[in-house]
Ligand binder design. Structure first.
Ligand code: NAI
Length: 244
């Protein structure tokens, strides 16, 4: 069974690709700029005895997203059964200072790419009467965050999108679920100022920052048979930070 993970060269996407490969999924790794890291990850995944290939594409571009799925099908010789929409960016700033391009870039990369890729994947999944769409949202899509109006709107959009896809395709054996990570140790959170990080840490009941593997384990659950009667849900992986 083939899984495609977008933005998988590093961070959470990397951990997801590894976890799926370890658990017998063939893996298509999408990357935008980090070819070397993607290639290295791919070699590691192949040691698990599964197929793995890397595919360059900016998934926020609808034509590149379409080409990505065509390339995956022709190179790997199978269609995508599990799609993990993971690629994401932040452009944090207070609303008054937020430029239209800060807004549009984040919406394009986080929300529009999720639509483009899901639309490409769904046709083959519907034909196969099987599929797993797993969208990486964020707890700020549930509760909002100062300085992240663009990012939280994109992630809330992903949650609404997930629910609609879940309703539309439930009868065809396709589930669509979202994961809302809290504060996870990656380059994305590395950029935050120490005092902000400290404040966030205090708000986590588990008392520690999450790891990319914590998110990957939840993705594996949604990718597996164990979750076949679960759809349209948003699972927070956040050490108890939100509990909504
Ligand atoms: P990261 O910055 O380490 O990795 C993001 C990856 O997405 C990078 O490999 C990047 O090249 C790729 N990417 C960005 N734009 C792309 C595009 N247009 N086409 C293809 N690939 C693209 O960030 P991290 O933390 O691993 O984030 C992964 C996902 O998890 C994102 O959707 C993020 O919003 C989400 N998330 C992360 C949290 C955290 O605390 N780190 C918390 C909540 C959600």
């Amino acid at each position: 069974m083939l899984a495609l993970v977008t933005g998988a060269a590093k961070g959470i996407g990397r951990a997801i690709a590894l976890e799926l490969g370890k658990n017998n999924f063939d893996v298509a790794i999408n990357f935008n700029h980090s070819e070397e890291a993607a290639q290295k990850l791919c070699e590691e995944i192949k040691t698990f005895g599964v197929k793995c290939e890397i595919f360059q594409a900016d998934v926020s571009d609808k034509d590149q997203a379409a080409k990505l799925f065509a390339d995956v099908k022709s190179v790997m010789g199978e269609t995508v059964s599990v799609l993990v929409n993971n690629a994401g960016i932040t452009r944090d700033t207070l609303l008054m200072r937020m430029k239209p391009e800060d807004w549009l870039t984040v919406i394009n990369t986080n929300l529009n790419a999720t639509f483009f890729c899901t639309r490409e994947a769904i046709r083959d999944m519907a034909k196969a009467r099987y599929g797993r769409i797993i969208n990486i949202a964020s707890i700020v899509g549930l509760i909002g965050n100062t300085g992240q109006a663009n990012y939280s709107a994109s992630k809330a959009g992903i949650i609404g999108f997930t629910k609609s896809v879940a309703r539309e395709y439930a009868e065809r054996g396709i589930t669509a679920n979202a994961i809302a990570p809290g504060f996870i140790d990656t380059d994305m959170t590395e950029k935050l100022k120490p005092e902000i990080k400290e404040g966030i840490l205090k708000s986590i009941p588990a008392g520690k920052i999450g790891s990319p593997q914590d998110v990957a384990k939840a993705v594996l659950f949604f990718a597996s048979e164990s979750s076949s009667y679960i759809t349209g849900q948003t699972l927070a992986v956040d050490g108890g930070m939100t509990m909504v």
